[in-house]
Design a protein around this ligand. Structure first.
Ligand code: SF4
Ligand code: SF4
Length: 866
């Protein structure tokens, strides 16, 4: 059987009585057992805990960052679990012990509960209740409107929902929305009776989400718990009768995820639906569309007469266009307008929709009738068209080409000055819970903005991300709206307000566009909208004194007394690593008559949609109590979060008692000195060859300290060594731990490992199956590592690179047979935690700046986007 590589265990904070279930036990919990595609729970040691709650205890709190999900065990789950635990104790001969007796009592009471054969009513007895803090005490913003909506939802009469509102029963999953959508907990959940709750990290949920049945289940929960909140926010739906509201909730479409840059809808298109944002960002733009609007037609009568002429022609481009505009209502408008009647707004829109449908066709130019025009220099210079227009840029390319093509057949009738500014004008960015597209749906007018899935990117670094939308079709909208006429008035008010604010924005003369810098491509490119605590350095005030950087480093300094504290008392952020680097892009902001120049340093900006949280394999990165990003010390250094952060705000740092690629080494051609400075990886390069001719062996050494805290955190250490030397030896404190001689198999350049333990533990070390035999060679305090290597012919060969890393015993399930080893952690991710562990939690960098140049701002309000 192949050797299994397991990950180091996560260490979820525990309280007395918490139980860590074995993988086998976890697999039998109905949440996992019922999945059609099982989740390999072996990959997630330590990421789930079973906790017992008493009536009245709080399980999770509203507004807290959500990075764990909860599952209320069913009576059957618990009964089977206790039976398996008792069986295991009996197998170990511990049948008379206290734990076995407790289990027997619990099993008897669970059996009697299930013998009453009231499973249905049991299932519906509330195990937990959902509560909302007084909205008056909450901060303003989207969160507040959500909470108010939720409040309203809970106050709906009980018959409006299938079970008592605001309660959770056995077998229900909750808290998963916060994990999947990176939003704070929307409610407080309290235990209503004694219940057992499985708490687990987001990484398990991510794997489960790949399971279609589970995804459908989450979607259904989403409809009930989150979508209801969002729908409830919309004025048109707020006062709906309960059955209409439920029907709406169940009939809206949850669209498949969009990739960044995908076009959602374009200005001047038909208003066939409205959207609610489920996750991600949507960028709204004006004047960026190549589609035709009312103002694009110079002379409706002349244009329609020209279109109608195509009907009379036997062939040619205009004939083709007439044929392509095949819908009778569209042709009726053309005929009517060609005769001089002024078309109504609806008639104009109908004709424009028909023409715009042509403009969106990637294959329009393939018609033989357009060949000559397509080959003209003006069009052929536009290059090859993409096959489809899913991305906004592709859609733009197709529409621009077709618009110019159409223009060649109707010169002076399609106004070229209505061609857009290619980048358009950014109106706004909408986030999770916001809605758009309602204006066209309500007023039955063409779309008034272009909407694109927002690319979460830093300068020059496009990054993965996705936008999920809920679609409410116009048909459904009209049906609902007609069933609730009073709601129409309030929606009309909203529409009027939106139109007013957009019109005033669009009518601003260029010199008054003080806040339009925030709507510029540059603002967009830098992803500034993401920043909730965006760091800016006012370059007109900054004197480059570096006080902010020093303060950052100081706030993460370890203290001399740390080494005497138990390792879990020492703040993980006290790692002597700075998080602020005064490099990054610059941004100019015009406000009224003043212009300010800012540096945007590479430090965490506390994104509205922190993409760094997605996909951590061990669930060690999450939001902290103050919405700061926290990286737990069980990070395995996979670098995924650092690669995903678009703003270079996460740094990977080598860790280790001795780091590979590290400094502090000395070398010499003889074992007695003189000793010269050396760095890993050590190579006998040309310069050294010149200096030390005809040496057969090189000696290397390095001393290091093992602190009491390090020895308490781990008593085993993994030695990793890379060497292409035909002969080498490595010894720690005089104990030879690794060697290779010429007679042994040729070196392959593969890493060689050894497991070292404290000298004091020599007699007590447990050898795990398949693991290396541990060698007692390390001591608390001063240590010396010495190596000898023989040179190779190639000066570029690595003769020695060596690291020593703390190694904890692998957490493997007893059911796992065969050999296994545990990944060695050689790096850890580090991110700015907004000084979350500081007194007062004020960012030290801002406080330390003597010139008021350093600031942390919410980009949305600072740049007056709202
Ligand atoms: S590390 Fe900070 S800046 Fe980077 S994605 Fe996460 S929240 Fe945004
Ligand atoms: S490097 Fe980032 S993604 Fe990888 S384990 Fe650490 S926190 Fe998670």
């Amino acid at each position: 059987m192949a050797r299994v590589k397991v990950k180091p265990p996560a260490r979820l904070a525990r309280r007395p009585g918490d139980e860590e279930l074995t993988i086998e036990q976890l697999k039998h919990v109905s949440l996992f057992a019922n999945l059609s595609r099982p989740v390999e729970l072996e990959q997630f040691p330590g990421t789930a805990l079973l906790r017992r709650y008493e009536k009245g205890e709080q399980i999770c709190r509203q507004n807290d960052p959500g990075w764990t999900a909860f599952y209320i065990l069913t009576t059957k789950d618990l009964l089977e679990l206790r039976q398996s635990q008792l069986k295991a104790l009996v197998g170990q001969g511990e049948v008379g012990g206290q734990r076995a007796q407790e289990l027997q009592q619990e099993i008897a009471s669970l059996q009697s509960a299930s013998d009453q054969k009231l499973p249905a009513s049991d299932r519906l007895t509330p195990a937990a209740s959902v509560h909302l803090a007084d909205p008056a005490n909450q901060q303003a913003g989207l969160g507040q409107s959500l909470r108010q909506s939720f409040s309203a939802l809970l106050q709906r009469s009980p018959e409006k929902r299938s079970k008592q509102p605001g309660t959770l029963v056995e077998g229900e999953l909750f808290g998963e929305m916060s994990c999947l959508y990176r939003i704070p907990r929307t409610a407080t959940v309290m235990a209503e009776r004694e219940c057992h709750v499985l708490t687990f990290l987001r990484n398990i949920l991510d794997k489960m989400y790949a399971n279609k049945a589970f995804k459908d289940q989450v979607d259904s929960i989403y409809r009930q718990r989150v979508l209801e909140l969002y729908l409830n926010q919309l004025p048109v739906f707020r006062d709906l009768p309960p059955e209409v509201f439920r029907s709406l909730r169940d009939r809206v479409e949850l669209l498949p995820p969009l990739e960044p840059g995908d076009i959602i809808c374009d200005e001047h298109e038909r208003p066939d639906c409205m959207y609610i944002i489920r996750s991600g960002f949507v960028k709204l733009m004006k004047n960026s569309s190549y589609l035709l609007g009312d103002e694009s037609i110079a002379d409706w009568k002349g244009f329609c007469a020209s279109l109608l002429a195509g009907e009379q022609e036997s062939s040619g481009p205009r004939r083709k266009i007439w044929e392509l505009l095949s819908q009778e209502p569209v042709r009726a408008v053309i005929r009517k307008a060609a005769q001089g009647a002024v078309p109504t707004a609806d008639e104009k829109a109908l004709l424009l929709y028909g023409l715009n449908d042509l403009l969106k066709q990637p294959k329009l130019q393939a018609h033989a009738e357009f060949k000559e025009a397509v080959q003209s220099p003006a069009l052929s210079s536009l290059g090859k068209l993409p096959a489809g227009g899913k991305k906004w840029s592709q859609h733009q390319q197709i529409c621009e080409f077709n618009r110019r093509l159409l223009g060649t057949f109707f010169p002076e009738l399609l106004l070229p000055q209505t061609m857009p500014d290619p980048s358009g004008r950014i109106l706004d960015y909408l986030a999770s819970g916001d809605y758009f597209g309602e204006t066209g749906v309500l007023c039955n007018t063409p779309r008034n903005a272009t909407c694109v899935a927002y690319v979460h990117h830093g300068e020059g670094k496009a990054i993965h991300g996705r936008v999920e939308l809920v679609r409410i079709s116009k048909g459904l909208f009209d049906e609902i709206r007609n069933s609730c006429p009073p709601a129409e008035e309030s929606v009309a008010r909203v529409v009027e307000e939106r139109n007013r604010s957009r019109e005033s924005l669009m009518s601003l003369p260029v010199w008054q566009e003080h806040n339009l810098a925030a709507r510029s491509e540059r603002f967009d490119d830098l992803g500034l909208i993401q920043g909730q605590k965006l760091m800016l350095i006012d370059l007109d005030r900054c004197t480059r004194c570096d006080k902010c950087v020093e303060a950052c480093v100081r706030s993460h300094h370890s203290h001399w007394w740390d080494k005497f504290l138990p390792s879990d008392w020492v703040e993980p952020s006290r790692d002597n690593r700075g998080r602020l680097f005064l490099d990054g892009p610059r941004f100019t902001h015009h406000s009224g008559s003043t212009t300010r120049n800012y540096l945007v340093p590479s430090t965490c900006r506390q994104c509205r949609d922190p993409i760094c949280l997605v996909g951590c394999p061990v669930g060690s990165i999450h939001k902290g109590d103050n919405a700061q990003i926290v990286i737990e010390d069980w990070c395995i250094g996979c670098s995924r979060c650092a690669e995903q952060c678009p703003y270079g705000s996460i740094q990977m740092h080598a860790i280790g008692i001795v780091e590979k690629g590290g400094r502090g080494w000395t070398y010499g051609p003889s074992g007695s000195g003189p000793w010269l400075d050396a760095e890993m990886p050590f190579k006998f390069n040309r310069e050294l060859r010149e200096k030390h001719r005809n040496v057969k062996q090189i000696y290397l050494r390095r001393s290091f300290e093992l602190t009491p805290a390090q020895s308490r955190a781990s008593r085993s250490y993994r030695l990793q060594l890379l060497s292409l030397a035909p002969q080498f030896t490595v010894q720690f404190n005089g104990h030879k731990v690794l060697s290779q001689g010429v007679s042994e198999k040729a070196p392959t350049g593969k890493e060689i490992e050894a497991l070292l333990v404290l000298e004091a533990d020599a007699s007590t070390v447990e050898v795990l199956p398949g693991e290396l035999p541990p060698q007692p060679a390390v001591r608390v305090g001063h240590n010396l590592v010495e190596a000898t290597v023989s040179p190779t012919a190639n000066p570029d060969d690595t003769l020695l690179d060596l690291g020593l890393y703390a190694f904890s015993k692998p957490v493997v399930d007893p059911s796992m047979v065969g050999e296994f080893s545990q990944e060695v952690v050689t790096k850890k991710a580090v991110v700015c935690d907004m000084c979350g562990s500081q007194w007062g939690q004020q960012p030290a960098c801002v406080n330390a700046c003597p010139h008021d140049a350093a600031m942390r701002v919410d980009a949305r309000s600072f740049f007056q986007l709202h």
